[in-house]
Design a protein around this ligand. Structure first.
Ligand SMILES: Nc1ncnc2c1ncn2[C@@H]1O[C@H](COP(=O)(O)OP(=O)(O)OP(=O)(O)O)[C@@H](O)[C@H]1O
Ligand SMILES: [Mg+2]
Length: 319
């Protein structure tokens, strides 16, 4: 079973307005609320792929009963520790007819303390005999130390559980020090980490391979509409971006993470992981109701090829 850690889940409330006017009363045309957060998105995508998963994390006690009910309705499994405070609400306002822009208002979520984090680590460890992979994704809640993901990765990997990290800023920087099995930064997260701007896929490939050489098993870098690449023991491969009609890019990275995991668990091959990851991302951005058949249909559009033109000394993981 795959565990998706959800440190700071949310109610994602999406509202459509005909035109968004600041400082005025705006009539809402439609609205819906669903449980959100990156870990939950990954779990939804894994479910589409037929991989069983559970969301484990922290949930504000004041408004969690509705959250539990919604997870159940979505056929998602959850094991959340109740903490003081409220599950946050993230509001997305879609200006349907005028600018077509999406305005987001994201709450920070409840603060956590050391004791709570210790309990969460213990809860994760209590599942260790049945975990095939552990996914740490999204930002840390207020007051959590930047190295919390690093601590969890170190503890879990000591028990032989491969960990996947999709984070940014300090959480990514610290997490990398524990050499997670798979890391999925996007281009700007990697640029921020490195303090540089990449000029070519070859430069990104070389950077990803640097992390593979230092102990990370695989690093996949997503490049938005340019596609993605993956570095692993057998070299670096890229999947070019597919030209699709984009409905939303929200959650593309999360669906990619789920596809990477599914592809790897089934084939132990990084190229296959990249293929399924890219197909899942493409499906997410083109469909509001993605399903398994569509994911399978998307796979044929994805072309994966080696990136071979980067500095020779970085061309192999074991050198
Ligand atoms: N405009 C687009 N056209 C085609 N494919 C896209 C587009 N945007 C994203 N993708 C696909 O989705 C993948 C992940 O997108 P992106 O690099 O934006 O991830 P991310 O920034 O981590 O996303 P998230 O907001 O979910 O964290 C890309 O590698 C690509 O395969
Ligand atoms: Mg992302």
């Amino acid at each position: 079973m795959i565990v998706c850690v959800c440190m700071n889940p949310s109610y994602d409330r999406t509202m459509e307005v005909a035109g968004m006017h600041l400082g005025e009363t705006n009539r809402v045309l439609s609205s819906q609320s669903v449980p959100g957060g990156k870990g939950i998105n990954v779990s939804i995508a894994l479910d589409i792929l037929g991989q069983s998963s559970i969301c484990i994390g922290l949930a504000g006690e004041k408004n969690r009963s509705q959250f539990d009910r919604m997870l159940k309705e979505m056929h998602l499994h959850g094991d959340f520790l109740s903490i003081p405070g409220e599950i946050r609400t993230n509001i997305k306002i879609i200006d349907r007819d005028q600018t077509r822009l999406v305005t987001e208002l994201n709450e920070p979520g409840p603060e956590v303390d050391e004791k709570t984090l210790r309990h969460l680590t213990d809860l994760l460890l209590s599942y260790r005999s049945s975990i095939s992979m552990l996914v740490l994704t999204g930002s840390l809640p207020p007051k959590a130390p930047a190295d919390y993901y690093r601590q969890v990765i170190a503890k879990m990997q000591k028990h032989g559980i491969p960990c996947v990290l999709d984070a940014s800023g300090e959480a990514l920087k610290e997490g990398l020090k524990a050499s997670p099995f798979l890391v999925k930064p996007n281009r700007s997260e990697l640029e921020q980490l490195e303090g540089t701007q990449f000029c070519s896929p070859q430069e990104i490939a070389a950077c990803a391979m640097k992390y593979v050489k230092s102990g990370v098993q695989m690093m996949a870098v997503s490049l938005g509409k340019e596609g993605a690449l993956i570095a692993g023991a057998d070299g670096v491969f890229q999947a070019k971006g597919v030209k699709v009609k984009t409905l939303t890019t929200v959650g593309a990275g999360d669906f990619m993470v789920a596809g990477l995991i599914d592809g790897y668990l089934r084939t132990h091959n990084s190229q296959e992981a990249l293929k399924i990851g890219s197909a899942m991302a493409a499906m997410r951005i083109t469909s509001l109701t993605p399903d398994r058949e569509e994911a399978e249909a998307r796979i044929k559009d994805i072309e994966v090829s080696p990136i071979d033109k980067f500095p020779k000394e970085l061309s192999g993981a074991g050198e």
